[in-house]
Design a protein. Structure first.
Ligand code: ADP
Ligand code: MG
Length: 612
């Protein structure tokens, strides 16, 4: 190729495929026209990236600031996009803009043929984004000078099958594209409209973008930077911009992955859990980018629903500019990226919990509920999510929180199960009947104060292959002698009580686990009590399931019932009913309040008149 040969203006034809595509772009695409600017800025940014690469790789090239300058001329109805990137030589222009090297173009045509015009978004995905300029322009003029040469080139086309190309004076390296707007797209020569589109799609392009001399993207692609180069304050500013929050984030996690996919991301956890404040369900707030170009504002099909409290950016080179929910391949890709990010985020939290347990607990108290929601719905990360849970524990201080690992590694002997007990507070649990046998046997028990815990743990089943067992249904017994009645008496009393309580119970049995309480209830089958509690908390109707009542034959009250049933069976029945209701209340289960109050008043009155 003779570099010094002068080229007069020539008119050349586009390759057939380009022609066909231009025909569709010009004549039948009406929606989403804004995206042309995203495509041209994305090309400019690519060209700048390449120039930057050449500069840093030490080749001798003229230095100039790497930036994008956009100028509008409302009177003339033009929009000019200029970059100081790599530029193109004459041959490169013919190659890049006159033909489609990528096999993708054919696919693009097929896709356009099948679907409605809104799929113009796909244009970038197939490597033909440049042509979207013709959606809004009657004529496009491009001036370019390659970073490697001294000659400029002018290229023009009306998108009608031919283009002209000739040598031209171009002072600076890079590319300038001028769009002569169509009558009905004059809005794109309005600087306000242009800035709005840039804010929407290209805020974080990592090169400065000026519109009529004013810098419009102030933030840049922070997530692509090396995290050692980013100050805390930069993260804070970035978060506030992104989340439209006035508070600083609680945490940020900045990471990049190379395999199995290349991903750069920064995730933020807000200072407050807005859902906890009763402000309704939050919307996903993580944005999805591909090479600094925003593809989705809300990455809801990327991340699981429980991660909706996060804000941030995920950028992956692997994602096509318009990833589609409709195609299987794209959905699989999204799932794959989502899995990688979820896994990384959970590992980050685990690391945080070890390096800075206090910070982790602050996070956990506000956002732990999302982890539990994740456990209820995400079977893939169960182990990692369980690892992050924290509980108060029976042999610990109030407010002291332990992990499941700490629980399992606590004693010298391996534990047979991970026992947990639920109640409204530490005090309520410790006063109740269920803890007694554990106390006696010195087995630590985790305390749970949220109905969700019960649900989540019963769903999860086990951790480190040790099963979760609710304290209520634990099969534990104490070896001891009965002092107040004989075994036969106790069994006979249980039989009588089963009759007295009727429908409320399927059985009454003699307890081997109680020390201080007269009785406790168990769910023999069907929905365990913890789930019943959870459902009633969620205001859902649950069929009341009959219970098994366990009675403590060594408790004074139970022994008294046994005496009373000979003398005054009616009263003994009412006391038995009350013992049952009390056990239900201890389990956090509902009773018929009015019936209970009337019965109690009767029993109290009787006991007071006996005193008198
Ligand atoms: P893609 O960007 O996916 O390759 P486009 O149709 O957007 O597809 O662009 C086609 C090609 O034209 C680009 O690959 C690039 O080589 C060239 N090109 C477009 N715009 C510029 C520019 N501003 N500077 C340098 N080269 C450009
Ligand atoms: Mg492009």
């Amino acid at each position: 190729m003779d570099e010094n040969r002068q080229h007069k203006q020539e008119q050349l034809e586009f390759q057939t495929e380009v022609k066909r595509m231009l025909d569709i772009v010009v004549h039948s695409l009406y929606t989403d026209k804004d995206i042309f600017l995203r495509e041209l800025i994305s090309n400019a940014a690519d060209a700048l990236e390449k120039a930057r690469y050449i500069e840093v790789s030490g080749q001798q090239v003229s230095a100039c600031p790497l930036e994008i300058r956009i100028d509008t001329d409302e009177k003339a109805g033009t929009l000019t996009i200029r970059d100081t990137g790599i530029g193109m030589s004459r041959d490169e222009i013919i190659e890049n803009l006159g033909t489609i090297a990528h096999s993708g173009a054919k696919k693009f045509l097929e896709t356009l043929g099948q679907k409605d015009s809104s799929d113009v978004n796909l244009i970038g995905q197939f490597g033909v984004g440049f042509y979207s300029a013709f959606m809004v322009s009657d004529r496009v003029e491009l001036l370019s000078r390659s970073i490697h040469g001294d000659n400029g080139v002018r290229w023009t086309s009306q998108g009608d099958g031919t283009y002209t190309i000739e040598d031209a004076e171009v002072d600076e390296r890079g590319t300038t594209i001028t769009l002569y707007m169509k009558k009905d797209t004059a809005e794109y020569a309005d600087p306000l409209r242009v800035k709005e589109i840039i804010r929407q799609y290209s805020s974080f392009v990592s090169f400065p973008i000026h519109v009529d001399g004013e810098k419009v993207n102030t933030i840049g692609a922070l997530w692509l930077k090396n995290k050692n180069e980013v100050e805390t304050q930069d993260y804070e500013e970035f978060y506030k911009f992104l989340a439209e929050d006035y508070m600083n984030p609680l945490l940020h996690y900045h990471f990049s992955v190379d395999a199995p996919l290349s991903i750069n991301a920064v995730l933020f956890c807000p200072a407050e859990n807005m859902e906890m404040r009763g402000l309704g369900q939050m919307e996903h707030g993580v944005r999805l980018y591909s090479r600094r170009v925003m593809i989705r504002e809300r990455a809801e099909d990327l991340l699981p629903s429980w991660m909706r409290f996060l804000r941030g950016v995920i950028d992956s080179d692997e994602i096509p500019l318009n990833i589609s929910r409709e195609t299987m391949q794209d959905r699989l890709l999204m799932q794959k990226i989502g899995r990688v990010i979820t896994g990384r985020f959970l590992s980050y939290l685990d690391e945080l919990s070890r390096k800075d347990p206090e910070a982790y607990l602050v996070f956990y108290k506000k956002f732990g509920v999302f982890l539990k929601e994740g456990l209820a719905g995400d079977s893939e990360h169960t182990e990692k999510l369980l690892k992050l849970l924290r509980f108060e524990i029976s042999d610990g201080e109030a407010e002291e929180m332990v992990s499941l690992d700490e629980y399992l590694d606590r004693g010298d002997e391996p534990l047979e199960a991970i026992y947990y007990i639920s109640g409204s507070s530490r005090n309520a649990i410790e006063q109740g009947p269920y803890l007694e046998v554990f106390r006696e046997k010195n087995i630590p028990v985790l305390y749970s104060y949220e109905g969700l815990d019960d649900y989540v743990l019963s769903m999860a089943g086990a951790y480190r292959e040790v099963s979760f067992v609710s304290a209520e249904s634990a099969d534990l017994s104490l070896e001891r002698e009965m002092k107040l009645m004989t075994e036969e008496e106790a069994v006979a009393l249980a039989q009588w009580m089963a009759g007295a309580l009727g429908e409320k119970v399927t059985d009454v049995s003699v307890s081997r686990r109680l020390t201080g309480s007269p009785a406790l209830v168990k769910n023999p089958s069907g929905i365990p009590s913890n789930l019943e509690r959870w459902f009633s908390m969620m205001n859902q109707e649950v069929p009341r399931s009959p219970k098994v009542l366990e009675i403590n034959p060594d408790h004074g009250l139970i022994a008294k019932i046994n005496e009373l049933r000979e003398k005054d069976e009616d009263r003994a029945r009412r006391v038995a009913d009350q013992v049952f209701d009390n056990a239900m209340l201890s389990a956090g289960l509902p009773v018929d309040i009015q019936e209970m109050v009337n019965r109690m008043n009767g029993l109290l009155e009787e006991s007071l008149s006996e005193q008198a």
